[in-house]
Write a protein that binds this ligand. Structure first.
Ligand code: ATP
Ligand code: MG
Length: 406
């Protein structure tokens, strides 16, 4: 019987690290291309544990591991390691490479495969100098990432780290795990984007969907949102809907309304400025001078109109929560405050100064969270030389006074 992980016997191995949530054809194609081009004996897929750069999803650790096994089992030169999944605490690539170094023979060359998006971040990883001296990096092309930018990033790294980094063009598959998850939520097919076994696994365990996202009318909305939003925006929208539910639970608000308003709050966000202006006219959304100058700010007002006209929302509170989610306003309803704050703190948000403070306030005193968030936004927009909408200024005055009187 063949043994798994005969690390001591290998002369040349490659690590394919990733969240693999879910593993898709792009991962397999990249790994196989590197294996062949560089004469690699074994590609070890290592699903991340609690990756410092990614949202934590401990619940999904086993699912990610098992899907990775399913996706690689037919390739005799691929295997999967639980090394990072089983590690407690934060998981760093440097620790993985050190562990592999201990297991392998001295002369074994270790390659680390990364896509174009990941290579740009390498210097932000833990101990990059040591990491780049312990293994060689292969940066593979990835659709959607600028090739010149990638080559420049590699050149910069090469100057410092000599031969330890190289570039490989691999067949272009425009697939991402984010996209796979979004498609599952929107009830769109993932056939041929992931291996059939992985597709069946996702469906069998109902991965990525929630009890809310499966309601038939929500399903319809998600399908439509999936068509008009970028993958990142769609994911943000799901995050806001779920955060809004948590806030509604905390403050005894209407959970269904919170979910719906969260889902639809950015439904007008991904149109171009010209489209937004044209649609505002079409849907009779009045535009003041500020909105005309900064059409992106109009997306919330236009979103409210679209929610009513195109998504069949009749509830005024939901419409208002969408309408004022960017500017805020004085004396907001609980739902308006929930959406305003959920938009700020949902888990997919990239970190910015003050975010943790707002996250904490959100669940202790939502009015204080609103005041803090308004203050933060106004400062940020002033720095960017944007005109502050009067609705935000009166809102800040209102909540300052409210909170002082408490
Ligand atoms: P997410 O959307 O959740 O970030 P992902 O599709 O980027 O997921 P990861 O698990 O983050 O998948 O990726 C693991 C590694 O595979 C990374 O180095 C990434 O750049 C690379 N990779 C992912 N998809 C592709 C692809 N389609 N082509 C080439 N490389 C890819
Ligand atoms: Mg990624």
């Amino acid at each position: 019987m063949k043994q798994l992980s005969q690390y001591k016997n290998y002369k040349k191995i490659a690590v394919m690290g990733g969240t693999f949530n879910a593993i898709h054809m792009g991962h397999r194609v990249a790994a196989e291309a590197v294996r062949q081009e560089l004469d690699i004996e074994r590609v070890i897929f290592i699903p991340t544990g609690n990756a410092p750069h990614k949202e934590n999803d401990p619940m999904y650790n086993e699912h990610r591991y098992l899907m990775t096994v399913l996706a690689t089992v037919t390739n005799p030169d691929f295997e999967v390691s639980r090394m990072e999944i089983d590690r407690t605490g934060k998981s760093y690539t440097i620790d993985t490479i050190k562990e592999l170094r201990r297991k392998c023979s001295k002369e074994c060359e270790i390659y680390f495969i990364t896509g174009a998006d990941a290579i740009e971040q390498i210097l932000t990883w833990k101990d990059p100098d040591e990491l780049l001296s312990m293994c060689r990096f292969v940066a593979v092309t990835r659709p959607g990432y600028n090739r010149t930018k990638l080559e420049k990033a590699i050149d910069t790294l090469k100057q410092k780290y000599k031969g330890n980094i190289e570039f490989l063009e691999v067949p272009a598959l425009s697939i991402s795990s984010t996209d796979i998850r979004n498609r599952v939520i929107a009830d769109k097919t993932i056939k041929y984007l992931v291996p059939e076994t992985v597709e069946n696994y996702i469906l069998k365990f109902g991965l990525y969907t929630t009890e809310y996202s499966q309601a038939p009318y929500i399903n319809d909305i998600n399908k439509r949102l999936h068509n008009v939003l970028t993958p990142k925006r769609f994911r943000h929208t799901q995050g806001v809907a779920e955060e809004a539910v948590r806030l509604a639970q905390r403050y005894n608000g209407d959970i269904d309304k919170a979910y719906l308003a969260g889902l639809l709050h950015d439904c007008a966000k991904c149109y171009t400025d010209e489209e937004k202006l044209r649609m505002c006219e079409e849907y009779n959304v009045p535009l003041d001078k500020i909105l005309k100058k900064q059409p992106d700010l109009a997306h919330s007002f236009l979103g409210a109109a679209l929610a009513k006209a195109e998504y069949g929302i009749k509830d005024e509170d939901i419409i208002n929560a969408i309408c004022y989610h960017t500017t805020g306003r004085a004396d907001m309803s609980l739902l308006e405050k929930i959406i305003y704050i959920a938009d700020y703190i949902e888990p997919n948000r990239e970190s910015f100064p003050g975010l943790e403070k707002i996250r904490e306030l959100a669940y202790t005193d939502i009015d204080k969270a609103v005041e803090y968030a308004l203050h933060n936004t106004i400062d940020y927009n002033k720095e960017k030389n944007r005109i502050i909408h009067p609705l935000s200024i009166t809102a800040l005055e209102y909540y300052r006074e409210e909170n002082n009187e408490k």
